[in-house]
Ligand binder design. Sequence first.
Ligand SMILES: Cc1ncc(COP(=O)(O)O)c(C=O)c1O
Length: 379
Amino acid sequence: MPESLLMIPGPTNVSERVREVMSRPQLGHGSPEFTEKFGETLKLARSAFKNDKGSQFVFTGSGTVAMEASVASTIQPGDSVLVLDTGYFGQRMASINEAHGARVSQLQYPLGTHADPDDLRRKLQGDKFRAVFITHVDTSTAVVNPIKELVAECKDAGVFAVVDSVCGLAGEELDFDRLGADIVFTASQKAIAAPPGAVLIAVSNELLEYFQERAKPIQGWYLNLLRWKPIMDDPKMYLATPAVQIMLALREALLELKEEGLEERWKRHRALAQKIRDGLQRRDVKFVAEEGYRANTLTGFVVKDGIAPGVQKELREAHRIEVARGLGDYGGKMIRIGHMGILSAEQADRTVKAVDETLAKFGVAASVPVPGNRGVNQA
Ligand SMILES: Cc1ncc(COP(=O)(O)O)c(C=O)c1O
């Protein structure tokens, strides 16, 4: 029986080391052993973001908590914000902003296309916004947005840039200090390869100052980043009981990331993404993300109408491989394969082979190679 393989876009497979740490006897959240380890986790998180200059936050929650904490801390009711909507998580960002009383404008992009820095420049020349919200990799389409160029436009216009890198950080190149964004956040369960349950947020000094100076104080309590700041400065302090095992698991996963090297992890993600896409192109499938903007952390492709649930079931039952379907309207038409975290080349090969066999079983034709063209099904 082959090992079961989690090939969804998060949570991802975790190592034995991470699993072992979670099974140890319970530690008190105020114990010297835990608070020391939590302090180390914060330092390791800084390295994963390349954040030497700004503030670093780690606390309990899923990625959505990081989204809402960013909004609650940055936005005052009545503020105008701009959301770059390249998919499901851009829409969620718009909805969270609305819930916090922001006036939301959106630049909306067709499914599978990237947010265009030229559009952003034009929009920022015309209107004033408190902040622009950018999704690094939208997990619903597997599009990677050009964050360097997008953030540069925000900086030129003097507007805060908030980057959701839940499905990017550690798998896609990102250097917080150089990028110049005001917030970048991620969650533990994706390319960092820890279990779900922790958010990691980097905040620029300029935005932190703004938190202190805003006319209306930050609404919300748990989601108020200013309230967390003293705990991040002194992990012995208490605000709310952390998910102790998850934090210890996160520390272990971040140690593994450090041992591999951040740049090496980016490189491995690039290579594995290419391997998966090359393999998929043996069949007549259409990638959702446009060429040139395909993420290194996951791949989404469209299959014949109605077969996605069957493909998913067959992969689970016959191959012990779990893949995801599309989100929302694309549930029946799309398959998404996560290839992030600690995935090995062998596991990627096994996935490609199993998906190829399964698609063949569901009548998806082999693709016909076109001379001089490596992939016939470029979206
Ligand atoms: C890009 C992006 N943002 C936000 C989230 C929300 O994270 P969570 O499901 O952990 O709340 C996800 C989850 O997959 C995501 O992919």
